[in-house]
Ligand binder design. Structure first.
Ligand SMILES: NC(=O)c1ccc[n+]([C@@H]2O[C@H](COP(=O)([O-])OP(=O)(O)OC[C@H]3O[C@@H](n4cnc5c(N)ncnc54)[C@H](O)[C@@H]3O)[C@@H](O)[C@H]2O)c1
Length: 414
């Protein structure tokens, strides 16, 4: 109990319930806010009534609302800077909070805007620092996918045009003040979006469950670290999230209108984010960022294709946890511990395949000649590399990428 200290950070309010979106206006009113900036994309603003209903509800309680619907998947630093300029323009408009409606992309752009609208500086200047001259605007996060957990976490992930990996603007003050999670908003997710986001949640749960212990985590002596390694609380949350993913993800994919499955995945995503939002992540995300730089494939799919091979690399270090994951995935328990652990990546790969995502890097479109660059770019994401619980991450990343290319899992040989 005393070995792995706990450092846990969360939004101050988390609401999860079908219909929870109706609570946004009264909660904002209770903060005495006067002017909301709603950050979303054209789909929600123009093809659904979600935003117009929200704007009306805010106006009904005396809160003015300005809508920005220019979000795009995987937002770039350029998009953020353009939005900052656009929103800074109208004289006299002073937003006192931001409401983000959408998937991880919209929430991340909104988080970055919480900072840049205050500071009026290019967002790239905030990468790598977690202290800013003034506090970001308070944010209400309203996720419409079940997966990224950005409504809980301290980071905004952005693409830098021309660069091969993503960058993060990170700090505990960037965590949303409120996370309002309404599973009804995910009912319209097409199967591909459901699969990508759901496997992102499963990756968060498994990666944070297997990551470095907090006692070994290097926070660089930061008194207020965003991520600080796994501990009893994060492991508890991760285990529950893995169970929920295996229970509900395939059903949400097969039957998009199943509110029970959508609510199960909303909880799975939340619990996974509560886990990794304090423990942090490692090799799956590190290599996935490099893979996204190479292929421009979606975040969830780049995680999903790599996850089984990263798990397989940790059979020795995380035998007991992987055995539990295998059982949660439906394997009969008992027997040899190593053999049971090897079933976990095999079963995760079966789920990835069932959800229509390529299960190896060759099928994902990677050329064998790109493997060295992929490994080099992945290792360069040092904040993630250093949290991988292997003695030599450099050689481990090499093995993982080559196994992921050739579709090799140790459990296949049984
Ligand atoms: N900040 C973090 O902690 C964090 C964590 C994980 C991922 N991310 C980032 O999140 C992004 C991925 O987010 P995502 O998987 O949620 O997808 P997304 O936000 O990129 O959305 C993908 C597509 O799905 C559509 N969509 C979203 N919700 C919908 C709904 N309910 N109905 C119909 N269409 C819907 C969007 O309009 C978009 O076209 C990546 O950029 C990734 O880097 C951030």
């Amino acid at each position: 109990l005393i070995e792995n200290p706990l450092f846990f950070c969360m939004p101050s309010r988390v609401v999860l319930a079908p219909g929870a979106r109706t609570r946004i206006a009264p909660l904002c009113q209770a903060q005495s806010w006067k002017h909301a900036l709603l950050v979303t994309d054209a789909y929600f603003n123009c093809q659904t009534s979600v935003i117009s209903t929200m704007v009306q509800a805010l106006r009904d309680v005396g809160i003015a609302a300005t809508v920005y619907d220019g979000c795009l998947p995987d937002p770039s630093t350029t998009l953020c800077d353009e939005a900052t300029r656009l929103l800074a323009k109208p004289a006299g408009l002073a937003f006192d909070h931001v409401i983000a409606v959408g998937g991880g992309s919209n929430m991340d752009l909104a988080k970055a805007l919480c900072l840049t609208l205050r500071e009026q500086r290019p967002v790239i200047e905030f990468v790598g620092a977690n202290r800013w001259p003034c506090k970001p605007l308070p944010m209400v996060a309203v996720p419409t996918t079940a997966g990224t957990g950005s409504e809980i976490t301290p980071g905004a992930i952005l693409i830098v045009p021309g660069s091969t990996t993503k960058v993060a603007v990170m700090g505990n003050d960037l965590r949303p003040l409120m996370a309002i999670i309404d599973p009804e908003l995910t009912l319209s997710c097409p199967p591909k979006v459901t699969a990508d986001a759901g496997l992102d949640a499963l990756t968060h749960a498994i990666e944070s469950w297997l990551t470095l212990d907090s006692a070994q985590f290097d926070t660089g002596n930061d008194p207020d670290p965003g991520y600080s390694g796994r501990n009893r609380v994060t492991k508890l949350l991760a285990r529950e999230s893995v169970a929920l993913c295996f229970q509900h993800l395939a059903q949400a994919y097969d039957k998009p209108g199943d509110l029970e499955a959508r609510t199960g995945m909303a909880y799975a995503s939340l619990l996974a984010a509560m886990s990794y939002g304090s423990s942090g992540l490692n090799a799956v995300h590190g290599i996935a960022y490099a893979l996204a730089g190479l292929t421009h494939a979606s975040h969830g799919s780049t995680n999903a294709v790599l996850l089984p091979y990263v798990m397989d690399a940790l059979i020795e270090e995380r035998t007991q946890e992987l055995g539990e994951i295998a059982v949660l995935a439906g394997a009969p328990g008992g027997g040899d511990a190593i053999e049971l652990a090897r079933q976990a990546p095999v079963r995760v790969r079966e789920l990835v395949r069932r959800l229509g995502i390529a299960c190896n890097l060759a099928d994902f479109g990677v050329e064998s000649s790109q493997i060295p660059l992929l490994i080099e770019d992945a290792l360069a994401v040092s904040r993630l590399t250093k949290a991988f619980p292997k003695a030599s991450p450099a050689s481990a990343y090499g093995v993982i990428v080559r196994n992921a290319y050739s579709a090799t899992l140790s459990g296949d040989r049984d």
